[in-house]
Write a protein that binds this ligand. Structure first.
Ligand SMILES: [Fe+2]
Ligand SMILES: [Fe+2]
Length: 276
């Protein structure tokens, strides 16, 4: 199984890959390939896929971590190029209208496509429980138990009746890759919280996690919480690689590197092939 970061906020110096705020990973297995998230725009997504020599028509399935534009913005361009009726895996709450409040202004930041627009091109597989996309490639389902801090932004809102309330991020899910008796966790934004997501995966999949990659949304984490996350990861002796990118935040990247060491914590700009 190969996992490649297709879109990230960062690119390596002199890299031909393009970067923008967003995320996408390509998972290639013997049974086919899955695109997890689509970045913020078709322009960057399609450019980077072309560099990887991946024709969108060869993608067997799509999975969407959550509705935010930086994960779903590449979908409209992709829909015109993928094989008709391939499945799209996501949480049923994907279509909820979501906002970001900046100053006094509300900006829509959810999915730009309607359910009807998606269903004319794709087969929707929406579920709150884990689904197997290809052999060994699973969605986490909804991370419902959240005793630890979530990966929250105070700006993220949804409408409830006449009121705007904090986004519950019910749509947030990650992917779990089975590598024999071990697991790899791929996160989108991890709004459900990294520690909650890890506990959920350990409870459901019951195998040691060897690698964690993706947006860990620790930008607003307190120093105490960053320390706690680092301590938990150190305590998970099976973890050999952590590839934080996208919305993880520089302070978190540094804190994780200081605790786990640079041989474990690796940068993950667009074009990175994960070592697992
Ligand atoms: Fe994001
Ligand atoms: Fe997000």
């Amino acid at each position: 199984m190969n996992v490649t970061c297709v879109v990230d906020d960062a690119v390596q110096r002199s890299s031909p890959f393009w970067g923008e705020h967003g995320l996408a990973f390509l998972i290639e297995t013997e049974a086919g390939c899955v695109l997890f998230d689509t970045g913020q725009s078709g322009t960057v997504l399609l450019h980077n896929l072309e560099l990887l020599d991946v024709d969108p028509v060869t993608i067997n399935a799509l999975a969407i971590s959550h509705a935010h534009y930086d994960h779903t913005g590449g979908l409209p361009a992709l829909l015109e190029r993928v094989h008709p009726a391939i499945p799209l895996y996501a949480n049923p709450d994907l279509f909820r209208v979501r906002f970001s409040r900046q100053g006094g202004e509300l900006r829509s930041m959810g999915l730009s496509l309607t359910r009807e627009e998606l269903t004319t091109r794709l087969t929707l597989r929406l579920s709150g429980v884990p689904q197997e996309i290809l052999p060994g490639v699973w969605t986490t389902g909804e991370i419902a138990s959240r005793p630890e801090p979530e990966g929250r932004s105070a700006r993220h809102l949804v409408r409830e009746g006449d009121a705007l309330v904090p986004d519950p991020y019910r749509d947030d899910m990650a992917l779990v890759l089975e590598m024999g008796d071990r697991l790899v966790l791929l996160c989108g934004c991890c709004h459900a919280g990294l520690l909650n997501t890890l506990a959920h995966v350990q409870r459901i999949f019951e195998r040691p996690i060897v690698a964690i990659a993706g947006g860990l949304h620790l930008t607003s984490a307190t120093a105490d919480h960053l320390q706690r996350v680092s301590d938990v990861l150190v305590g998970m002796e099976s973890v050999q690689r952590v590839y934080p990118n996208h919305c993880t935040g520089e302070a978190a990247f540094i804190a994780l590197t200081l605790t786990l060491g640079p041989s474990v914590v690796r940068p993950c700009p667009a074009g990175t092939v994960l070592e697992m």
